[in-house]
Design a protein around this ligand. Structure first.
Ligand SMILES: NC(=O)C1=CN([C@@H]2O[C@H](COP(=O)(O)OP(=O)(O)OC[C@H]3O[C@@H](n4cnc5c(N)ncnc54)[C@H](O)[C@@H]3O)[C@@H](O)[C@H]2O)C=CC1
Ligand SMILES: CC(C)CC(=O)C(=O)O
Ligand SMILES: [Mg+2]
Length: 359
């Protein structure tokens, strides 16, 4: 009998509950097929937690996560809470949970399915050979720096501060070098070292760490150039390591190589095997409640959980193969459909993937 793995399930807001419901069906099917056992515990987080508990990250939610082996998260946020004071915004909870759980590394693979090349923003010949991972620093930088308003000589000013220390850069750099070692041994470190002091420290630190990885070829790319090169020659990248905000932005851009942000999964990791798994997209208020969101990013996040936290490679492969088969057969949600009139909904896509899973 396999050991029971505890998974904290946080559906969140908007399309979060819709896509997480499909991922939970995948967990159940995995139990039936492979005999693995999961104990899920649901917790409130984000806007719904503000409404019901008065805070985006209730203490009991944090405890549920801390006592679990892994967390499955949908998405949080939406216009309902946009004008809340900053401590009562869903994104405050998102940053808070990442910090509280020590999840400094966010791994975002952009996997290109051949049959989706038609849905990509780029021409198939430009996409040829593209398979990249963005490794984003997740608990430092400008999202976590001090922010405030003040009265300046010309009226109100707003201040966001960006801080990185050597330790924060070193640990994410090491993780990216380790990942690069398992792939094509090429690492692109993305910064803005021609302007930002945090980026100069970033670059110095990455160069120092690179001495321990002589087998990995390191290049430095300025973030503006990287944004351009991702569209011009995406196949030249393999592993990209970058700071929090640059990684946030570049991974949404990389999503469009795959066809849609609804395809991009992610793993947030710390020092141990514990991880939080979530789609890269947000709560998509514009399509929430319509049953049309693409659940694949969340389902592929479960596959990442199986690989990186549980070591269930057989089950991960089953999910990934099922997703490919379902897409190869021409099934599309609206975001990846060229002919939108043929699009299927969230539940139909989830069910097709569950049905295609095999041992
Ligand atoms: N990890 C999280 O919980 C995140 C939360 N957010 C929050 O989500 C809210 C909405 O943010 P947006 O900037 O609109 O970004 P978003 O990622 O929610 O949506 C951007 C666009 O992509 C589409 N989209 C996203 N996921 C999709 C899916 N699975 N299937 C089909 N289409 C999909 C949406 O319909 C929208 O047109 C905000 O409150 C934001 O703060 C944003 C990013 C991450
Ligand atoms: C609160 C934001 C940093 C969420 C986001 O856009 C992300 O993590 O991708
Ligand atoms: Mg983002």
């Amino acid at each position: 009998m396999a050991e029971v793995k505890k998974i904290a399930v946080i559906a969140g807001d908007g399309i979060g509950p819709e896509v997480v419901a499909e991922a939970e069906k995948v967990l159940k099917r995995t139990e039936e097929l492979f005999g693995y056992q999961f104990e899920t515990e649901h917790a409130l987080f984000g806007g719904i937690a503000i409404d019901e508990k008065g805070t985006p990250l209730p203490e009991e939610t944090l405890q549920v996560c801390q006592s679990a082996d892994a967390v499955l998260l949908g998405a949080v946020g939406g216009p309902k809470w946009d004008n809340n004071p900053k401590e009562l915004r869903p994104e405050t909870g998102l940053l808070g949970i990442r910090k509280a759980l020590g999840l400094f590394s966010n791994i975002r693979p952009a996997v290109i399915f051949d049959c989706l090349k038609e849905a990509s923003t780029l021409k198939p010949e430009v996409l040829e050979g593209t398979d990249l991972i963005v490794v984003r620093e997740l608990t430092g930088g400008i999202y976590f720096g001090e922010k405030f308003r003040r009265e300046g000589a010309n009226g109100q000013e707003a201040v966001d501060t960006c801080v990185y220390n050597v330790n924060e850069v070193e640990r994410i750099a090491r993780q990216a070098f380790e990942i690069a070692r398992t792939r094509s041994k090429k690492l692109a470190s993305v910064d803005k070292a021609n302007v930002l002091e945090t980026s100069r420290l970033w670059r110095e630190t990455v160069v120092r760490v690179s001495a321990d990885y002589p087998d990995v070829e390191l290049e430095h790319v300025l973030v503006d150039n990287c944004a351009m090169q991702l569209l011009r020659r995406p196949s030249s990248f393999d592993v990209i390591v970058t700071e929090n905000m640059f990684g946030d932005i570049l991974s949404d851009e990389a999503a469009m190589l795959t066809g849609s942000i609804g395809m991009l999964s992610s793993a947030s990791l710390g020092e141990g095997s514990f991880g939080l798994y979530e789609p890269v997209h947000g709560s998509a208020p514009d399509i929430a409640g319509q049953g049309i969101a693409n659940p694949i990013a969340t389902i592929l996040s479960v596959a990442l959980m199986f690989r990186l936290t549980f070591g269930y490679h057989d089950a991960a492969e089953s999910i990934e193969r099922a997703v490919k088969e379902v897409l190869d057969a021409g099934n599309r949600t609206g975001d990846i459909a060229v002919d939108k009139s043929t699009a299927i909904g969230t539940v139909a896509m989830g069910q097709l993937i569950v049905d295609a899973m095999r041992k």
